[in-house]
Write a new protein. Structure first.
Length: 152
């Protein structure tokens, strides 16, 4: 934008002064700096905003404001809400992005996970019902033991 400000000559002892200002910056509300306001991109269908917060999803992902653990360009929270991915433990991270057997989230499947698993024994809690049969029992323990070691 180029602007010009006129100064009243009555305040200038020897005439008038002309000032030209060049002001260049990205408009507020243009997170990807493409020259289009975010609200216009969203309203025009040029950008997705699955969570309805007024910020294009790609900007949320690129800016680290929202997760996209599987790299498909969709916010994890929106995929979970739409039922496109599972989140059995309700932690907001798609199960496909986690090592489901790593119950203590230390990056390995080990003794700590067995201890936590045993606390779920006999329940129907989906956190430890690895085989999905509705009960935490021997089949789930077998899957847990088979996964011992580093998470993929």
């Amino acid at each position: 934008m180029t602007g010009s400000i006129a100064v009243d000559a009555t305040f200038c002892p020897e005439g008038s002064t002309r000032i030209t200002i060049d002001y260049l910056r990205t408009a507020d509300g243009d997170c990807n700096e493409n020259g289009l306001l975010d609200q216009c991109e969203i309203a025009g269908g040029f950008a997705e905003d699955c969570d309805g917060n007024g910020i294009p999803d790609d900007c949320e992902i690129d800016g680290g404001m929202a997760a996209d653990c599987n790299g498909n360009g969709q916010l994890d929270g929106c995929e979970i809400a739409a039922g496109e991915v599972e989140d059995d433990n309700g932690d907001g991270i798609p199960d496909s992005c986690q090592c489901v057997f790593d119950l203590d989230r230390d990056g390995v499947v080990g003794g700590g996970d067995v201890g936590i698993f045993l606390g779920y024994w006999g329940t129907s809690d989906p956190v430890a019902d690895f085989d999905g049969d509705g009960q935490v029992r021997a089949g789930d323990l077998g899957l847990l033991l088979a996964a011992f070691g580093s998470c993929p």
